[in-house]
Design a protein around this ligand. Structure first.
Ligand SMILES: *Cc1c(COP(=O)(O)O)cnc(C)c1O
Length: 387
């Protein structure tokens, strides 16, 4: 798919700052104004599709962001939504059609897991769990109505990386819509559409916005799919408010700088842990010891800002360690400038049964560290004093 960006100044740092701004420009203002409006005047003879109304995703702040997101992803089109889950749910419903079937990896973001298990059947669809590293489970679970195969570029919290060659060949062979949740990497580290994946979704709450102060989502892909997804978003109602659009647009301007800093901090931190006597295991795709290191190296600019690890000793000691840290806050989420830490077994993966968690390597002591862009020396010093 060709990027709609005809601009010769097409590096991601430049795109993130300038792309789309023309849709919201006013009065020579250098920054982007906030069009805090629900509705806009129109001419009496205008047809319905000309109506400008904020829920229809066509205010100036939406148009600016939709363009920026499309160019960032190298997509024909993109749409911003009210949350990552609005993007995931509507993308699945749009691509599943009527009574569709979707393949989902067992290691899946908790919200997507919840949406699938609690609502897909109620909405007339079915799903099957597959193991990303066992192609036989993909084949075995195919049905005549399988239409979609959703994956994640880095799984949460075990940080597995898909085999894209096999995945794309499989989707092509069986005419499945390929959908990837690229939240953990952002388009700075990976642009899945360039590989031939059909649709990319993001929780823009995370790296895209980057400041832990907005809930938002996005979907990018071909105009045909994005038109359908946009219409569906308008009718389901998960449309982003103009003020939140403004914050997200502003956050994206520093995406490249921030994600580079996250990558560097995460790698340095993971390397420090991998040589530490008090650390039982460390998971980071940028480390040579990670099972999917070669894949991450081949496809990703960097492996992102999430590092998972387990300390030696008891669960009590792990909890003591967490509460002794001074810099990271104990909180769910990731992708903000500030470091966040927590135990996925009781937070984002809390919906899974004990058996499911252990099968995925989510042990009770596993720590997920969403590293911020503080100075790495301070983060390591803090780790050392806490341990
Ligand atoms: C956070 C997250 C989501 C959901 O995003 P919200 O903005 O919280 O709705 C979806 N997928 C992944 C991988 C996430 O980390």
């Amino acid at each position: 798919m060709k990027s709609p960006n005809k601009n010769p100044f097409n590096h991601i740092e430049t795109i993130a700052i300038h792309e789309g701004a023309e849709f919201a420009a006013a009065h020579g203002m250098v920054g982007t104004p906030i069009y805090q409006a629900s509705t806009y005047e129109n001419n009496p003879e205008d047809e319905f599709h000309k109506i400008r109304y904020t829920r229809l995703n066509n205010g100036p702040n939406h148009l600016a962001l939709n363009k920026k997101l499309a160019v960032l992803e190298g997509a024909e089109a993109a749409v911003v939504t009210a949350s990552g889950m609005a993007s995931v749910s509507v993308t699945l419903l749009a691509t599943l059609g009527k009574q569709g079937h979707v393949l989902l990896p067992t290691a899946l973001y908790g919200g997507t897991y919840g949406f699938a298990t609690e609502y897909l059947e109620q909405l007339g669809h079915t799903y099957a769990w597959i193991d990303m590293d066992d192609e036989k489970t993909w084949e075995k679970n195919l049905k005549p109505n399988t239409r979609v195969f959703l994956i994640e570029s880095v799984s949460n919290p075990t940080l597995l990386v898909p085999d894209y060659k096999k995945y794309l060949a499989f989707c092509k062979k069986h005419k499945l819509v390929s959908v990837i949740d690229n939240t953990f990497l952002s388009p700075y580290n990976f642009r899945p559409l360039e590989l031939g994946i059909d649709l990319v979704v993001h929780s823009c709450t995370k790296y895209m916005n980057g400041h832990s102060d907005v809930i938002a989502g996005s979907v990018a892909g071909s105009s045909i799919w994005i038109d359908k997804i946009k219409t569906m978003t308008n009718l389901f109602g998960g449309v982003l408010d103009p003020h939140a659009c403004f914050l997200l647009d502003r956050g994206i301007k520093t995406l490249a700088l921030r994600v580079r800093a996250h990558n560097q901090n995460a790698l340095a931190f993971a390397e420090h842990l991998s040589q530490h006597n008090d650390v039982e295991r460390v998971i980071y795709p940028g480390l040579k010891i990670h099972a999917h290191y070669e894949r991450a190296k081949k496809y990703y600019v960097g492996s992102g800002g999430v590092v998972c690890f387990e300390l030696k000793g008891s669960l009590k000691q792990t909890e003591k360690f967490l509460s002794s840290l001074k810099i990271p806050k104990i909180a769910p989420s990731l992708g903000g400038v500030e470091s966040l830490i927590g135990i996925p077994a009781n937070s984002c993966s809390g919906k899974l049964s004990q058996k499911e968690k252990l099968a995925l390597g989510i042990t009770p002591k596993l720590i997920r560290f969403a590293i911020g862009i503080e100075n790495i020396k301070d983060l390591i010093l803090d780790f050392e004093q806490a341990i």
